[in-house]
Design a protein around this ligand. Sequence first.
Ligand code: ADP
Ligand code: GN1
Ligand code: MG
Length: 371
Amino acid sequence: MNQKTVPQEVLNTFFPGTSLADVRSYGDGHINDTFLVEASGSSGSGKFILQRINSEIFQHPEELMENIQGVTGWLRKKITEEGGDPARETLNLRLTADGKPIFKDASGGYWRVYDFIENTSCFSQSESAEDFYQSALSFGHFQRLLADYPAHTLHETIPHFHDTPVRFATFEKAVAADSAGRADSVREEIAFVTARREYVHTLVDKQASGILPLRVTHNDTKLNNILIDNETGKGICVIDLDTVMPGLSVNDFGDSIRFGASTGAEDEPDLTKVSCSLELFEAYTKGFLEGCGGALTPAELDSLIDGAIMMTLECGIRFLTDHLEGDHYFKIHRENHNLDRARTQFKLVSDMEAKRSDMEAIVKKLAAELC
Ligand code: ADP
Ligand code: GN1
Ligand code: MG
């Protein structure tokens, strides 16, 4: 669903008595509809991020907002204690006139508003190893600040979100059903996934046997889910908190590598431009280990590379599944967009598999220095 207009009742609810200078689509997330609102008036002036939550994907938006209120409240307290600026370093929700963080419109759409964080940039590809390093510090730091968060209070906003064997089973069903009639045209990609049938269990098995601990994790650690301060160049705010849930730290690490260590865009059609940069991999690993502040266990350090390969494979499986099912999950902007995305992920998986020993050497060297 890609709704491009905002009902008046939504604006009246979040911005009563305010004249709105501008409301326009914003950002390039794949899931929610995001708008930038510029307002002036008695109940508050300034810029805001208004979002229509994708309630086909997040089926319990009120629970999701309970998570976000809890997590942002916790972060605000910790950031203040550490001498930071909570107005810029975490998301701040704007409530409705009756104190709610969410509003349901007459046609069933769910809406929320955050203060807009000014003078920041959000990158859809790494422009420099330094920016990527900064994002790693931020995601590692985020995990450290939430290390003692009461995990049992968090709702599971998307069940089995990073359960790769479940993603694999859903993919196999999509191939069998072939509801969009596309399976024959993607036999090579299907074979790529099927060849990794056993591998998809690697991390969930380690979690089930207690080798890898569950932590409070972000679960969607793309570079464009960090705001970088335009003046200092530092990663200041982790955004897109919809999937904060108990999970594996190696998946947070891995999802960042999947997206930000690639030399090409996530949807680059020319696969010769797509590979995993070892320079970017090293920059991120350094920042993540520093940001986590020595909290990772030896087993987690040992599984970082599997985190990178698994998140990339899983994301490729999800894009290919969506292509096979007729593109109902991720927003697409052109024909075969999900297929192009799946192909970049599989190219990266192959490249990381080939570079595993180089990546291992980098992790070993940095762990010895920093952990
Ligand atoms: P999605 O779940 O669709 O990815 P996000 O929550 O990541 O949505 O928001 C989409 C984009 O909006 C972000 O990539 C970022 O550019 C921008 N954005 C979101 N929240 C803020 C904020 N509080 N201040 C400034 N920009 C923001
Ligand atoms: C989605 O919301 P966004 O665009 O940050 C997706 C992630 C995928 C990512 C791929 C809730 O993230 O899981 O890794 O696209 N979010 C959800 O780019 O499914
Ligand atoms: Mg996002």
